[in-house]
Design a protein around this ligand. Structure first.
Ligand SMILES: NCCCC[C@H](N)C(=O)NCC(=O)O
Length: 493
């Protein structure tokens, strides 16, 4: 009775009201994303060793790299992931996503071991998983692809389902714990921690692969599967906290943002501004994540350095992005200029990719390489920090959940296609090149620069449309005291 009286007279303090509890929840969720992003790029600095030890030429590597998003794009797994999250909640979906990542990661690891090379499964892959290597074959497999690359692609596409599912689940989890509190900061930190995972990979993966001068591409991937397992354990621990919070909150425990609805598609697809943002997103990200898959080898070829040395140059890119993204998020919250930030992000990206295409091969200068990579890191902070928070200003609140799901799906099409396109372009523009240190990357870099050019045009159109239709893209998210006073004054007449 005393308890009942207490709960009526003063609102009950929930677990999420305790700072230690919500920041612990963030640590558990962000750690899983950190380990996931480590796995995404664990093989990216090892292109040279994959070619020399496993026979993966640029086409095989490109098909493998694109396979991550195959099921998300063609089997609509990303959309199903959204529906599972809505129906089953954060706890179940997080554990499922973590388990799917571990399963996919383990298959990818097994494909690169000696045991696989001696197994019947390898012969099966060689004999039966074959499709013609022509333009209409959009699968990650083709006749003549090394069996290890085929099985790796299967593992990576399963992992990719878990990874995108984790991405949307972690965002929902952060909303659940931080709504009405430090939500933007928590999201910025989560994204920065994920970028740190990529930085760790570019430093650590080549060092682990060449440990004691004994080259093994399966060694770093074994370690990253172990990290995925720790991430899964983190999700399980998180689920106990989530359950406790939900019990405290009663039936209102699950924070529901708008779920994906097929019927929403007609409103979304008929919006001109939605298409501008979705295309800008796919063009920009297609010149970033697929570029990461080739960046190490591009630096090796242009600077004549080892995979380890190239990793040490490239690691400043995700590190810089991790450091600057939360600051730019804060700038956007207070000062605005979202559309301008998108335009500058695209301009910086074009400058960097053109530098990699023409200036770096001509000068072979490490200073120029570092400078371009730092600029690209700034670009990769400007665009994510302004793009994602701009969506709610452009799309009706009711359609927001569906809009994000569709933007991710369209983005995944680019993330699927461009690693393969770049692999094919690299192979076609370097006929007869046997050594993975001898590729000329000018044409692939021009493809990435063109994507930046198209993103820039869309950024300019978006800014013009914003000036005409007053979406508020250039306005701050947190109104200043002055503007609040002005609003109060005008309301009072
Ligand atoms: N699997 C790695 C790519 C994740 C893409 C994800 N849909 C996304 O856009 N995340 C936001 C970001 O800026 O990383």
């Amino acid at each position: 009775m005393a308890n009942l009286q207490k709960s009526i007279s003063s609102p009950q303090e929930l677990l999420r009201d305790k700072a230690w509890a919500r920041w612990t929840a963030l640590v558990l969720l962000a750690s899983a994303m950190f380990f996931a992003y480590i796995f995404v790029d664990v093989l990216s600095p090892l292109q040279e060793y994959l070619q020399s030890t496993k026979g993966w030429d640029p086409s095989a590597y490109g098909r493998f790299a694109g396979s991550e998003t195959f099921l998300n794009v063609f089997v609509f797994f990303l959309i199903f992931a959204g529906i599972i999250l809505d129906k089953m909640g954060v706890r179940f979906t997080a554990i499922l996503a973590g388990a799917v990542m571990v399963a996919g990661g383990f298959i990818n690891y097994y494909a690169l071991t000696d045991s696989f090379m001696e197994s019947g499964l390898k012969n099966f892959m060689d004999d039966f998983v074959n499709l013609p290597d022509t333009w209409w074959n959009i699968t990650p497999f083709y006749d003549g692809m090394p069996a290890s690359a085929k099985l790796s692609a299967i593992g990576f596409m399963i992992f990719g389902c878990g990874c995108e599912m984790s991405g949307i689940t972690v965002s929902r989890g952060i909303v659940k714990w931080f709504e009405g509190k430090e939500m933007a900061l928590a999201m910025g930190i989560e994204m920065a921690v994920a970028r740190l995972g990529v930085a760790v990979v570019f430093l650590g993966s080549p060092a682990i692969a060449t440990f004691r001068d004994n080259i093994s591409v399966s060694r770093p991937i074994a370690l990253s599967v172990l990290l995925l397992l720790i991430g899964l354990i983190g999700f399980i621990v998180y689920s106990f906290m989530d359950k406790k919070l939900e019990n405290e909150m009663g039936s209102n425990g699950e924070v529901k943002d708008d779920p994906f609805k097929i019927s929403d598609l007609k409103y979304i697809f008929s919006s001109k501004v939605f298409w501008i943002v979705a295309l800008l997103c796919v063009l920009y990200y297609s010149a970033i994540f697929p570029f990461q898959k080739y960046a190490n080898n591009m630096l090796q070829c242009n600077l004549g350095i080892s995979a380890e040395a190239a990793g040490r140059v490239f690691f400043v890119f995700p590190l810089g992005a991790a450091a600057i993204t939360p600051l730019l998020g804060n700038f956007l919250d207070r000062k605005g200029k979202g559309a301008t930030m998108l335009i500058w992000g695209a301009i910086l990206m074009i400058i960097c990719h053109l530098t990699f295409a023409f200036v770096l091969p001509a000068t072979r200068s490490a200073v120029i390489a570092y400078s371009a990579i730092v600029l690209l890191g700034i670009s990769f902070s400007l665009v994510p920090a302004s793009l994602w928070p701009s969506v709610p200003k452009l799309v009706d609140n009711r359609l927001l959940g569906s809009a994000y799901a569709v933007i991710f799906w369209i983005q995944n099409i680019g993330l699927y296609a461009f690693p393969m396109i770049i692999g094919a372009v690299l192979a076609a523009t370097n006929p007869g090149v046997e050594n993975a240190m001898d590729y000329n990357y000018t044409v692939p870099m021009l493809v990435f620069a063109s994507l930046g050019g198209l993103a820039l045009i869309l950024g300019i159109i978006l800014k013009a449309l914003d000036a005409k239709k007053h979406y508020g893209l250039e306005l701050p998210n947190i109104p200043s005291e002055k503007s609040l006073e002005a609003e109060v004054e005008s309301a009072e007449g």
